[in-house]
Design a protein around this ligand. Structure first.
Ligand code: IPM
Ligand code: MG
Length: 347
């Protein structure tokens, strides 16, 4: 089994380094690693954020463990050479269309949430975010209006096949949990969302066991901070899922805690913390490695069929937190390496 390690920019290498140490500790038979540059780091050495060598490794690998991309030094690049294009390119080239972003309260961390403890402590939800379409991948550009004004535009669209396949992942995810699915859209304003709602409703007939509800995205943003425990599985489009998943992460305490999986139709996946490259703290060794470590656990569970090892890592993370160790994002001053060491010790 080949794992592609793509640490990327900023704190990416620090947190992936800790995840790698945890994986090594498990001594899983036949597990191999190959590393490649991605994002701003790749742009510096290859002149492209997603060089062919990196894409080729990602294609060959059974799973990909990804750090973060984003580098202020490349922000002025033309859009297709910006670091973020690397992750967007991997998602579309490998058809990783289903993004699972779980947000579950850690009892040890409820005090870190900006929500009241009794509200934060009850959060246990998964956002299923579509990852290959929407306004992210539509035609975009800059032009002049008839009056000569500069105008930026990005076209939002979904076809019914795209909605169907992500809806099915949403329903299946709901079936494996409490059986409730909330589809989030903006059907009161957007045609894209009207089609989304129609198709999700059609797919619901295949899953009579699942209780489906629909919610407008503005209301969903409000409900997520008012009463997040009402949600179990949320299925939504690329843009709304991007926004709501950041929000959900803060509700549980820190964006430094949340892992994610981006899956194709056959179980191959890219696993990454949902946080970014955090250039402000990069290179200081104080990033929280737990989201990356938990991403490695998701990788074992979803792409490598090693659910038991995944659970061992998750339990070890809880034990590390229970020991009281906290990185700065969680109000402490532990270093990434100390946090990684605590997880390894618990293992
Ligand atoms: C995410 C990130 C990416 C996105 C960026 C880095 C392109 O915010 O994974 O949520 O917008 O999808
Ligand atoms: Mg995001």
């Amino acid at each position: 089994m080949l794992i592609a390690l793509l640490p990327g920019d900023g704190i990416g290498p620090e947190v992936i380094g800790e995840a790698r140490r945890v994986l090594d500790m498990l001594e899983i038979e036949g597990l191999q690693f190959e590393e490649a540059d991605v994002g701003g780091a790749a742009y510096q050495s290859y002149g492209h954020p997603l060089p062919p060598e990196t894409l080729d490794l990602a294609r060959r690998a059974d799973a990909i463990l990804f750090g973060a991309v984003g580098d202020p030094a490349s922000d002025a690049n033309e859009r297709h050479l910006r670091p973020e294009q690397a992750i967007l390119g991997l998602r579309s080239e490998l058809e990783l269309f289903a993004n699972l972003r779980p947000a579950k309260a850690f009892p040890q961390l409820v005090g870190e949430s900006t929500l009241k403890e009794e509200i934060a402590g009850a959060i246990d939800l998964v956002i299923v975010r579509e990852l290959n379409g929407d306004v992210y991948f539509g035609e975009k550009g800059m032009r002049r209006t008839a009056a000569g004004l500069r105008e930026g535009y990005d076209i939002m669209s979904y076809d019914e096949d795209e909605v169907q396949r992500i809806a099915r992942v949403g329903f299946e995810t709901a079936m494996a949990r409490s059986g409730r699915l909330c589809s989030v859209d903006k059907a009161n304003v957007l045609e894209t969302s009207q089609l989304w709602r129609d198709v999700v409703t059609e797919v619901a007939r295949e899953f009579p066991q699942v209780e489906l509800s629909h919610m407008y995205v503005d209301n969903a943003a409000m409900q997520l901070v008012r009463d997040p425990a009402q949600f179990d599985v949320i299925v939504t489009g690329n843009l709304f899922g991007d926004i709501l998943s950041d929000q959900a992460s803060m509700c549980v305490g820190s964006i430094g805690m949340l892992p994610s999986a981006s899956l194709d139709g056959s179980g191959k996946g890219l696993y990454e913390p949902i946080h970014g490259s955090a250039p402000d703290i990069a290179g200081q060794g104080k990033a929280n490695p737990l989201a990356a470590i938990l991403s490695a656990a998701m990788m074992l569970r979803y792409s490598l069929g090693l659910a038991e090892d995944a659970s061992r890592i998750e339990t070890a993370v809880e034990q590390a937190l229970a020991s009281g160790l906290r990185t700065p994002d969680l109000g402490g001053n532990a270093l990434a390496a100390e946090m990684g060491e605590a997880v390894i010790k618990a293992l």
